[in-house]
Each structure stands twice: as C-alpha cells, then as structure tokens.
Design a protein around this ligand. Sequence first.
Ligand code: CUA
Length: 340
Amino acid sequence: MNDNGSPPLFSLLDQSASSIAHRTDILFLAMLLLCGAMALVLAVLVIFFSVRYRAGARVDRSHPPSNARGLEATWTLAPLLLFMGIFVWAAHDSVAARRVPADALPVYVVGKQWMWKIQHADGRQEINELHLPVGQPIVLVLASQDVIHDFYVPAFRLKQDVVPGRYTHLSFTPTQVGDFRVLCSEYCGTEHAAMLGHVVVMSRTDYARWQDQAPLPGAATDGPTADDDSPQRLGQAIYQRLACASCHGADSSVHAPSLQGLYGSRATLEGGTRVVADDNYLREAIVAPKEHPVQGQPALMPSFASQLSEEDLQNLVAYLRSIGDRQASPSTALGAEVAR
Ligand code: CUA
C-alpha cells in the first residue's frame, strides 16, 4: 500500500512500508527494463548479423557504407541521454531521502556485537526492537560500539552503514502498520547472521498505549532521576560526573569555550576549515579534541574516549544539543552536514 491507500503499481517485495519504498521500487523497475531492453537489442543484433553475414552466405556486399555519422551519433547519444536520465532521477531520490524533516523524531541506535540497542527521545530503551508510530517522520542517529554494522530494513528499502567513530543518519516515514525485519547487512563477526531485529510500526493510539506500558529505565532502579531518563538528562548527568563545567563553566579560570549555544553554530578550525558544530563534530571534539583544535584556542582538553561508551556519547551530545542554539534542531544541523 502507498500513501493514498491504493496498492502500488509495482513492488519488489511483498512489504512496502516507508515513504521512499515505492519510489525506490519504481526506479529499480525502470533500470531493470532499460538495461534489459538494451541487452536484448544488442544480443538480437549480434545474432542477426552473425547469421546473415557469416562466411559463405550469399548476401549483397557490394556497397559497404564508408560513413554513417548519423547512425553513430544516434546510438551514442540515445543511450547516454537515457542513462543520464536514470542518474538524475536516482540522484534526486537519494538527496530527497537524506533530507531530514524539521519535525522528525530522533531515535538513537547503537550497533554492537551482536545486537541493536535503541534509545528513544523520552528515554525508553529497547534491544533488537524499535517501536514507532505510523506516519511520523523519524531520524535514526546510528553509532557503533565496535565494528562496522549496517542497519537494513528491507520493507523500508533502507540501508545505512553504522560506522565506529562517527554518527550516520537514516531518515524515513513509516507508512504502514506492521512488524518488519531489521537485518545487519555488513559482516561483523561470528554472530553476524543472528544480529536481527524488528521495527514494530503501530497506529498512534497503539503507540501511546505502548509508551504507557513500556517502563522507563529509571522507574525501576535508582537512576539519575526516576521521572526523566531522556538522553539529554542522562547526558547532563555525565556532564556533571566528568566535571566538564570545571573548564567549560562560566566561572572557570581555564576559559574553555562555553558549551551554551554551541550546537549548530559555526567555528573555524586551526588550518582554516569551517565546520558546523553538529553531532559528528561534537563527538570528535570529545573523543579526539587534539585532532581538530579550534583556531585561537589552546588545545588543552584531554580525550574522553576511554571513559565514555557510544551510548554515553550519544547522551552527552543530546545534552549539548539541548543547551545549543535554539534554532538548531538535530534535523537542521544534520541538514547542514548533508549540505557540506
Ligand atoms: Cu552487525 Cu553484521
């Protein structure tokens, strides 16, 4: 089914459950038909001429053409235009699929040998299961704790590498209620084939009911707070635990840059590179601060790589985002990253 409820014209798989699934299938069908037609024309001509002009065949060979510019131009330009058309079409769809809508709901995903750990914006956590409301634009912020994984949902026609040392993103809108397979699509060790999960897409009412039933992690234990375990709240606890404010605080004698309003702002690095303080930049600035020093700032900050797991880093970045530029949502900063 597509957006308006009618069955799709063509579907690669029996499930077609995201905003881009149908367009991807049509593009694939167009490529298949075009390449198939080209291969067929070439094969037929090769066989036809091989038989007709074989040695000893009694055919008229008296006036071989010495020049056929028009014909050559046609068989060169026609396929060129057709395949460039496919390229433009695919590039358009690919760019559109990477655009993150302003109202996209962020969900944090960490791949590790061999499971998917999910954290929702309200703090709810899941393993190998991702519950989402239908019709809601989503942006997955993906990180890996160890090796390269690949988050793959065939029913959504979506696949994104999950790479250690950086964040990648996947944006989509689930359009169909149901239970859809998540596969790891990058060989990542012994249990790679068992690194499976589910996306459970629910109606708005079912999703609200699920939210009521799924416990917040802090509710059962003595977490930082029992009532709010959102990523930014957990990130704030890490910020306090690591005493970041002793250098970055307003009354610190070290004069490290203030983190208030940093997210989404622009900075110039040593060497003149201009960067946007987005998820990836902030992650790098925490785990490898000496690699990319900001122009005019002494590179004093030590690396915190050994003290923070990928989930800690996601939470800390979520906290920095929450105290960042009020104009910059994850989507605008992600947009800036894509546009770079
Ligand atoms: Cu993770 Cu393959």
